[in-house]
Design a protein around this ligand. Structure first.
Ligand code: ARG
Length: 467
């Protein structure tokens, strides 16, 4: 016969089977909530003293006991017990063994509103952690953009050479993506900042608790300092929207990081040869001595799938659950923690790897020599001469076809042949093929002209407060 369960074992004649303990425990992953569990319990104790259920002395003792436990936990000296299921019961039992008044701590509280509170505190903190890392990655992209501003590369659509862009402009596209990500995490942090404590198991309590007091204690307040409370206890204990939103935002970071990685992997291939990756973020082959593989970026690409998997796991878990709390919901934490851990790692790697990236300027210059990159500029030349765009497009299409059949670069076609295609094509048409001029002309917001790119870099530097 198993030992009776210490917290809820009253109505049971036997304790749980060993396999029940194994499937039921969450302390192996929710122990990382200890800091937030302690914060929540300290606020709860203060509130219970405020309404006269604990004496001030008892609340103080509980607060000190919790601080001491947290110090032990953080120093690695605390023994977690699977038979106590989760972080909440482990801490409560350890505390009660030292501070008998802690037997009153769970008054008017359930683990359902307790874990909801812990996780909202966790989301609040970890949205900030992601934002800091996003900004580091952005600063790293920005530094690389700044020192490569003069390098022009082909921009691609369908992975076919399309139009020339500056390398910096390409990098700044990722700065935009990470900025949107940061905004998303700031919004999620806002939505997390609401206090569910006091919802009890589902239906609150008959005791005269002060929910506003707890919310203020935990900083669940609006800009004017007014407490923000969840308004439906059944929703509060079963709502997992934040988990899904957080994992979704992580998935998007993963997708952005993966696309960035793919660009660097391509650019690093011998076929492109635009960039050299640092030795410190590449690996060799156990067989082929010449290999230097872009593993860091490949792993980021791979991890984006894993992060999206967390989002899927959460959606599948919640779908079809009747209100309110069901134990299924205990499985909500591993995907969220993993999504955070992977996103943090991915962003740290991007921030650390980019400073070591060097450009192969010769290869970049060679790639943008292709005159076809400026075929659209020839269309613009004709439009400036009064030719309708659709006609101009056809005319340049014919020139490209001619260059192809003559096996001749577009800009080297003999003028005699060119002028036969359309009367508006004058001898000055070849002046279109000046790359610097072509870029300089792209001088409106959002375009890759050097003035625009320099302005964007300056704006981002001010925004990110980097030198
Ligand atoms: N460890 C549990 C979880 O994360 C805490 C809530 C337990 N509630 C319950 N009714 N058994 O979901």
């Amino acid at each position: 016969m198993e030992k009776k369960q210490l917290t809820w074992g009253g109505r049971f004649s036997e304790g749980p089977a060993e396999l029940m303990v194994r499937i039921g425990e969450s302390v192996s992953f929710d122990a990382r909530l200890a800091e937030y569990d302690v914060q929540g319990s300290k606020a709860q104790a203060k509130m219970l003293a405020h309404i006269g259920i604990l004496t001030e002395a008892e609340a103080a003792e509980i607060g000190d006991g919790l601080d001491e436990l947290l110090r032990e936990i953080e120093a690695g000296g605390f023994t977690w017990k699977a038979e106590l299921e989760d972080v909440h019961m482990n801490i409560e039992q350890a505390l009660t063994a030292r501070v008998p008044a802690a037997a009153k701590l769970h008054t008017a509280r359930s683990r359902n509103d307790q874990v909801a509170t812990d996780m909202r505190l966790w989301f609040r903190a970890h949205c900030e952690h992601v934002i800091v890392r996003l900004r580091n990655a952005m600063a790293s992209l920005l530094a690389l953009a700044e020192r490569t501003q003069d390098v022009i590369i082909p921009g691609y659509t369908h992975l076919q050479r399309a139009q020339p862009v500056s390398f910096a402009h390409h990098l700044l596209a990722y700065v935009e993506m990470f900025d949107r990500d940061a905004e998303r995490f700031a919004q999620i942090r806002e939505r997390a900042n609401v206090c569910p404590l006091g919802s009890g198991a589902i239906a609150g309590t008959t005791l005269p608790i002060d929910r506003e007091f707890v919310a203020r204690e935990l900083g669940f307040v609006d800009a004017s300092g007014n407490p923000r409370l969840t308004r439906n206890g059944m929703d509060a204990v079963s709502d997992r929207d934040l988990f899904i939103e957080f994992s979704s935002a992580c998935s998007l970071v993963g997708v952005h990081a993966s696309r960035l990685s793919e660009d660097f992997i391509l650019w690093n291939s011998a076929e492109f040869g635009f960039v050299h990756l640092p030795d410190t973020f590449t690996t060799g082959s156990s067989l082929m001595p010449q290999k230097k593989n872009p593993d860091a970026f490949e792993l980021i690409r791979g991890k984006s799938g894993r992060i999206a998997g967390s989002l899927t796991a959460l959606l599948m878990m919640v779908k079809g659950l009747p209100l309110t709390y069901n134990r299924d919901l205990q499985e909500d934490k591993p995907p969220v923690f993993d999504a955070f851990d992977q996103v943090a790692l991915v962003l740290d790697v991007i921030a650390a790897c980019l400073p070591g990236v060097e450009l192969n300027r010769v290869r970049c210059a060679k790639a943008v020599e292709d005159p076809l990159l400026l075929a659209t500029d020839v269309v613009d030349y004709l439009v400036r001469k009064g030719v309708a765009f659709r006609d101009a497009h056809h005319v340049v299409g014919a020139l490209v076809g001619l260059a192809e059949s003559e096996r001749c670069p577009l800009n080297k076609l003999p003028f005699a042949k060119v002028s036969e295609v359309h009367a508006a094509l004058a001898e000055d048409w070849v002046e279109v093929f000046n790359l610097e001029q072509a870029l300089a002309a792209r001088d409106r917001v959002g375009m890759p002209g050097p003035k625009q790119v320099a302005a964007r870099i300056a704006e981002w530097k001010a925004e990110l407060e980097v030198g």
